[in-house]
Design a protein around this ligand. Structure first.
Ligand SMILES: [Mg+2]
Length: 317
């Protein structure tokens, strides 16, 4: 049976009624009422999840919903934020409005990651999409200690360059998914599925408040994101190919340019532990003077061009 708007809102509200210290009033009034603690700044990020751009037919809708919020949470992690509330605007395609299981699974995925990170779904909007694609837009609100948000602009020559976890896994899993979607129908958010269920590094980001000089998440690929960070900081970088941590089954090319790993890329002039909150941390290079971003491989240093994703799915079609 097709969805009416009221049904959809009821479905979204079903698991979103609780409030929190931060969300004084969530869904159910004209607007949400949020109350940050004294001495905190808010960090706010917004991310589209567009059908046929960020997810497609071959994605289980549960994973599409999970990724929708996980991507926003990763941006909050990159700022060193505590995630507090999310807002979802959802426009259903005719196919999704007809098929309740798709929408229900999408919302279930979103609620699973919200529960995992203690985020309250505090509002949103629903509509029928004017075209044939489902459109979701997620806003995530987090808090950081006043004036302490981790920015891209704080890297200085001599700082070490670090990444969390392993890179290239999202790109290699995406290829495997394209080749055989059936094999991923029952995939779970168990930390083994970097493309379908990326794990936002919230706990690491909180620890980096005291350690990092600059930070961002690796969403567009290391090569591209490192350029973003260097540009914002007015510095260059030299990284070493043989220490870039590769995810299982992935290549150096996927690790450098694949994108969507949602790990953290940060710089620090302090001594950085090799594990933070259970996540491995690898030093991959050093911040340099000037603007050049380079890769040392087999003893040769060459310019590392930004080769990251534009749009993973459209690019691969
Ligand atoms: Mg980001």
């Amino acid at each position: 049976m097709p969805y009416g708007e009221l049904d959809l809102i009821r479905e979204i509200r079903r698991k979103s009624l609780r409030n929190s210290e931060f969300v004084r009033f969530g869904i159910g009034d004209d607007a949400a009422v949020l109350r940050p603690r004294k001495g905190e700044d808010l960090v706010i990020t917004t991310d589209f999840s567009l059908e046929d751009v960020h997810f497609a037919d071959f994605h289980p809708p549960f994973a599409a919903g999970y990724r929708c919020l996980a991507r926003g949470l990763s941006d909050v992690a990159a700022m060193g934020g505590r995630p507090l509330a999310a807002f979802l605007s959802l426009a259903l395609s005719p196919a999704w409005a007809e098929d309740r299981t798709k929408t229900r699974e999408f919302l279930r995925g979103l609620h699973v990651v919200a529960d995992q990170f203690g985020v309250v779904l505090a509002g949103g909007d629903t509509a029928g999409a004017p075209g044939k694609h489902t459109v979701a837009d997620i806003i995530v609100v987090g808090a950081v200690p006043w004036g302490k948000a981790l920015l891209r602009s704080g890297a200085r020559p001599g700082d070490g360059i670090y990444v969390t976890g392993r890179l290239g896994g999202a790109a290699s899993e995406f290829e495997a998914l394209l080749a055989n979607p059936e094999a991923f129908r029952r995939a779970k958010p168990d930390g083994m599925h970097p493309h379908l269920f990326p794990q936002p590094r919230i706990a690491v980001g909180l620890r980096l408040l005291r350690l990092a000089s600059a930070c961002m998440d690796v969403s567009d690929g290391l090569s591209t994101d490192l350029h973003h960070l260097c540009e914002a900081s007015g510095v260059g970088a030299r990284i070493h190919a043989d220490v870039v941590p590769l995810a299982p089954h992935s290549t150096l090319d996927q690790a450098l340019h694949g994108g969507e790993d949602y790990e953290l890329l940060f710089t620090s002039r302090r001594s950085v532990p090799r594990r933070i909150s259970g996540v491995e941390v690898t030093k991959i290079g050093i911040v340099t003077e000037g603007k050049k971003v380079s890769l040392v491989q087999n003893g040769h240093e060459r310019r590392l061009r930004p080769g990251g994703w534009q749009h993973l799915i459209s690019q691969n079609r």
